[in-house]
Design a protein around this ligand. Structure first.
Ligand code: SMG
Ligand code: MG
Length: 366
């Protein structure tokens, strides 16, 4: 396939409710969509970089810049490209994994659409539906949190993840356990703690959590390994794992026993599958993370979450948990599960009228 043009489109998507984490509050997603055009087919992808570099060093305007200056000209200079060739070609560019992931995914979508093959089948999915969890932000009060969790359980979510930070950890977890009993429950700190907080984090042990996600700094595998020894709750890494090599290092160091896989964070679905394969071979459970994706990103995540090593429910919630109107046909929760798309490529398309209404800018590179 020869890339003849790439469209970079920004869309503004208000969230149905603010989403607060230890690093900030999201009210609206300012999403960068990538459309790769080839003579055989077009491919779509969503870049998960946020508007600000708070979850990781990447941010949407930075992605656009590295696309314009380097990545897209490099790919368009090639007479032919496939999804594997994207990482190979962009390999010399350090970092920028979210940027690379979206370009690779759009090329992969085009390639699979041209071949008539669904992404789930290409990746090696073993399920047609995936069980779904929901990530619940930090709230102003415990009653407010209990009300939110109650509504998500009523909607059918099979697992609840609570965002925590110093000052919002043991009390909300205890309140949710006391009120809702034996539900699947886990927490995510987004790197808000230090090893000195180990005694406080150990207080969570009595609540039988599935896991504690990314308690310490992104770049601190050694201290995560030390913390893991001091906790009964299994440790899961998110921000720390940007590649299969990082996952291998974390497993060797015993820095985690579970990995949250986000394709955007690790440079794409091909690397995500490598991490899945590696973890599966080592008996390390994985689950699919989320970055408040629209239907475009969600479709591909749900395909990945259908692989056999994804043994824990993901942050792959239904469209309405995020958006009143999704930009694709909405993903709907049925019995706590989402259907894996079956159409070629990512299996979903943006709805033209919705797309037009929410678009804030379009740049066409050819
Ligand atoms: O997509 O449901 C979702 C959000 C899941 O909690 C979630 N994501 O650290 O895992 C995480 C966060 C990162 C995004 S916070 C804006
Ligand atoms: Mg996380």
């Amino acid at each position: 396939m020869k890339i003849t043009g790439v469209e970079l489109r920004r869309v503004a998507m208000p969230l149905v409710a603010p989403f607060r984490t230890s690093f900030g509050t999201e009210y609206e997603r300012d999403v960068l969509l990538v459309r790769v055009v080839t003579p055989e087919a077009e491919g779509w992808a969503e870049c998960v970089a946020m508007e600000q570099p708070l979850y990781s060093s990447e941010y949407a305007d930075g992605v656009t810049d590295v696309y314009r200056r380097f990545m897209i000209p490099w790919l368009m200079a090639l007479p032919s490209i496939d999804a594997y060739g994207v990482a190979r070609t962009l390999g010399p560019i350090k970092g920028h994994r979210m940027a690379k992931a979206a370009l690779e995914t759009a090329v992969l979508d085009a390639q699979l659409r041209a071949a008539g093959e669904p992404l789930a089948r290409f990746l090696g999915a073993s399920r047609e539906r995936v069980p779904c969890g929901v990530s619940v932000g930090i709230m102003d009060s415990i009653p407010q949190l209990l009300e939110a969790v109650d509504a998500y359980l009523a909607a059918g979510y099979v697992r609840i993840k609570l965002k925590i930070e110093p000052g919002w950890d043991v009390d909300p977890v205890r309140a949710v356990r006391e009120r809702f009993g034996d539900i699947l429950l886990q927490v995510d700190a987004n790197a808000a703690y230090s090893l000195a907080d180990a005694p406080q984090l150990a207080r969570l042990d009595e609540f039988g959590l599935l896991l504690i996600e990314q308690p310490l700094a992104d770049d601190d595998l050694v201290q995560h390994a030390e913390l893991a020894k001091r906790l009964k709750t299994p440790l899961c890494l998110d921000e720390s794992i940007e590649s299969a090599a990082h996952a291998a290092a974390a497993i060797s160091l015993r820095a985690c026993s579970i990995v949250n896989i986000k394709p955007g964070r690790v440079g794409g679905y091909l690397e995500a599958r490598r991490i899945h394969d590696l973890c599966r071979a080592h008996g390390v459970a994985v689950w699919c993370g989320g970055m408040l994706e629209t239907g475009i990103g969600r479709a591909a995540n749900v395909a990945l979450a259908a692989l056999p090593g994804f043994t824990l429910p993901g942050d792959t919630s239904a469209s309405r948990r995020y958006y009143a109107t999704d930009l694709t046909a909405p993903f709907v929760l049925r019995d706590g599960q989402l259907d894996v798309p079956t159409g070629p490529g990512i299996g979903v398309d943006p709805i033209p009228d919705v797309l037009d209404a929410i678009t804030t800018s379009i740049e066409w590179i050819k």
